[in-house]
Design a protein around this ligand. Structure first.
Ligand SMILES: [Fe+2]
Length: 187
């Protein structure tokens, strides 16, 4: 059975965001290493067989969302070396738990937002044994699968639910604001 389907069954749809996130992590952690590999491998196999035009550096799946409670829970499958562009997500705070593989989070600072964009950053790598990665509302950051060979999987809690995004491209010196249906956009 699909890992997302099972995960949805483990989460009480009326629960608060943090409860859902914790319930998801608890279920994944209750699996043996082998069971977990099997669940993830099923999804990875499907993603690997997508046609070239549908290939992405990572794939986001909505696990659950409750606009009244103000949260959304997303599972992300990261291709080897898959990486987001530097981004911010409005007022939403994110918590990330690595479920398999390793992810590297990098934070950026804009030095001169109206002229040349400059940055400095600190990269930190997390794996499934590490705690929760925090993404704060005002932080520009990117996330990358640190492995050249293996997929990574992570669970993301956004509170409130994702409603806006800003994506940056430092090389070309532009930014793009997205409001509304953020979920359909790659970040
Ligand atoms: Fe983010």
């Amino acid at each position: 059975m699909d890992v997302l389907e099972v995960l949805r069954m483990k989460i009480n749809p009326d629960s608060e965001g943090k409860e859902s996130f914790n319930a998801g992590i608890k279920w994944i952690e209750s699996l043996s290493e082998e069971e977990r590999q099997v669940y993830f491998a099923e999804c990875i196999k499907d993603l690997e067989s997508l046609p070239k035009r549908k290939k992405r550096p990572y794939y986001k799946f909505l696990v659950s969302e409750n606009k009244t409670k103000g949260y959304c829970l997303i599972m992300i499958f990261w291709t080897p070396n898959g990486e987001t562009r530097p981004h911010m997500h409005g007022d939403s705070r994110a918590k990330i738990k690595v479920l398999q593989g390793t992810l590297c989070q990098t934070n950026f600072t804009l030095m001169e937002p109206k002229r040349n964009l400059r940055k400095f950053f600190i990269g930190r790598t997390y794996d499934a044994l590490d705690g929760i990665i925090d993404e704060y509302p005002d932080t520009i950051h990117s996330v990358k699968n640190s492995s050249k060979y293996d997929w990574a999987v992570s669970l993301h809690l956004f509170t409130p639910e994702l409603a806006e995004m800003t994506i940056y491209n430092f090389e070309e010196n532009w930014r793009c604001d997205i409001k509304g249906d953020v979920d359909t956009h790659t970040f």
